[in-house]
Design a protein around this ligand. Structure first.
Ligand code: ZN
Length: 207
C-alpha cells in the first residue's frame, strides 16, 4: 500500500502508508509536503520534536480492545498545562483515527461530520450542551498551538497554528472534541480509554 515519492525540497525518499494522506513531514530536511491530486507542494516546516517516552511510536502497532492501531503521524501541541500529542493512526480496517495522548489521559476519536453550529461563547467549563440528542458537559476548554509534526496526516497542518478546543463528556464515556480555527468548527467523536489496556506489539527484527 505504501507509495514512495521524493521530497521536493531535498530529494529525500518519502512514503505514505495511507492513500488519503494529504501531508507528509520530511524526516531529512523537516519540510512538510502537501500531496493533492498527485501534485507535490512544499507547505512549511515540521519543526523539531523532542523524543519523550510514550506507549505510542510511529510505525509500531498497539492493540486495544481487540483492535490494532498503527500510528503513522504525530503532531505535538502545547497548551497552558504543558503539551500533548495527537497521533494519526490506521486501525485494522485501514481507517484513520486520532489518538490523543496527554500523559495518562488517552482518547481515540474519529472525524465526525456535522452541520450543527455551536456558539463558542456557550462552551464554558461545566456548561451542559445538547449534541445530536445527547446531553454533554463541557469538561475542558483551552487553546492549543502546534509545535512539531512528523509522519503523515489526512489534512494540511502547520507548526504555529493555534486553535481553541473543548472536550464535551457524555454518557458511556463518550467524548466529543470541538475545535475552532478561523471561524470553522471541527468535530471529532470517540471515547477515553484505559492506558493499562493498551498492548504494544513486538518489534520485528528487520522492521
Ligand atoms: Zn526533505
Amino acid at each position: 500500500m505504501a507509495e514512495d515519492f521524493n521530497c521536493p525540497n531535498c530529494g529525500g525518499q518519502l512514503s505514505r502508508k495511507m492513500a488519503h494522506s494529504k501531508m507528509v513531514a520530511c524526516p531529512y530536511c523537516e519540510s512538510t509536503v502537501l500531496l493533492e491530486d498527485d501534485v507535490l507542494k512544499l507547505a512549511g516546516r515540521g519543526g523539531v520534536m523532542a523524543d519523550e517516552p510514550s506507549l505510542f511510536v510511529l510505525g509500531r502497532s498497539v492493540e486495544y480492545d481487540g483492535e490494532t492501531y498503527m500510528p503513522i503521524g504525530q503532531a505535538r501541541f502545547s497548551y497552558a498545562n504543558g503539551w500533548w500529542d495527537e497521533f494519526w493512526a490506521l486501525d485494522g480496517k485501514g481507517e484513520g483515527v486520532w489518538i490523543s495522548v496527554d500523559e495518562g489521559d488517552i482518547a481515540i476519536e474519529e472525524n465526525h461530520e456535522t452541520d450543527l453550529q455551536i456558539d463558542e461563547r456557550k462552551l464554558k467549563v461545566g456548561a451542559r450542551i445538547s449534541f445530536e440528542d445527547e446531553l454533554f458537559r463541557v469538561t475542558e476548554a483551552d487553546r492549543g498551538k502546534c509545535e512539531a509534526l512528523r509522519g503523515e496526516f489526512p489534512e494540511a497542518m502547520s507548526v504555529g497554528d493555534t486553535y481553541t478546543y473543548y472536550h464535551l463528556s457524555g454518557p458511556r464515556g463518550r467524548l466529543i472534541t470541538l475545535e475552532f480555527e478561523d471561524g470553522e468548527m471541527y468535530v471529532t467523536e470517540g471515547k477515553w480509554i484505559d492506558p493499562y489496556e493498551i498492548r504494544q506489539q513486538a518489534v520485528e527484527a528487520n522492521a
